[in-house]
Design a protein around this ligand. Structure first.
Ligand code: FES
Length: 143
C-alpha cells in the first residue's frame, strides 16, 4: 500500500495527541469496519474551537487523519468544524488508499459527536448527523 509523504509525516509526528484536561466536550466513536476507537476532546469559547486533541486505538491512517483533522478545525467555529468532511482531511493529506478511507471517518464522526455533546451540555439542540453514512456504500462494491 502506498502512503503519501504527508500521511507518513503525520503518522510519525501526530499533532494534538493526548487527553485534555477540562475539555468543553468529548466525542467518542467506534469504527464499525475494524473495531477501532477514537476520542476527540474540544475546548469551546464563544462557539470557536480554541483547542482540540485526540486519542485513538486506530491504525496509522486513523492517526494521520486525526492529526490533520484536529489541525484543520483548531481555531474554527463550530459550524466550520461541523462542515469538515473526511474527504477534505484525506485531500489535505494528499490522499489515502481507498481501503483506508474508513479510518478517516473516525475523526469526522468523533468531531460531530463532540460538537453535539457540547451543544447539549449548554442546553442547545444537537445538529443533525448520521454517523458514517457517507462510508456505507464502500461495503457493497469492495472485494
Ligand atoms: Fe481501524 Fe484504520 S483500520 S482505523
Amino acid at each position: 500500500m502506498i502512503y503519501s509523504p504527508k500521511v507518513m509525516e503525520h503518522f510519525r509526528n501526530p499533532r494534538n495527541v493526548g487527553e485534555m484536561e477540562d475539555p468543553s466536550a468529548v466525542g467518542e466513536v467506534g469504527n464499525p469496519r475494524c473495531g477501532d476507537i477514537m476520542r476527540i476532546y474540544i475546548k469551546v469559547e464563544e462557539d470557536v474551537i480554541t483547542d482540540v486533541s485526540f486519542m485513538t486505538f486506530g491504525c496509522g491512517s486513523a492517526i494521520a487523519s486525526s492529526s490533520m483533522a484536529t489541525e484543520l478545525i483548531k481555531g474554527k467555529t463550530l459550524e466550520e468544524a461541523w462542515g469538515m468532511s473526511n474527504k477534505a482531511v484525506a485531500e489535505a493529506l494528499d490522499g489515502l488508499p481507498p481501503v483506508k478511507m474508513h479510518c478517516s471517518v473516525l475523526a469526522e464522526d468523533a468531531i460531530h459527536i463532540a460538537i453535539n455533546n457540547y451543544l447539549k451540555s449548554v442546553g442547545r439542540e444537537p445538529w443533525d448527523y448520521t454517523e458514517s453514512d457517507h462510508d456505507h456504500h464502500h461495503d457493497t462494491h469492495e472485494d
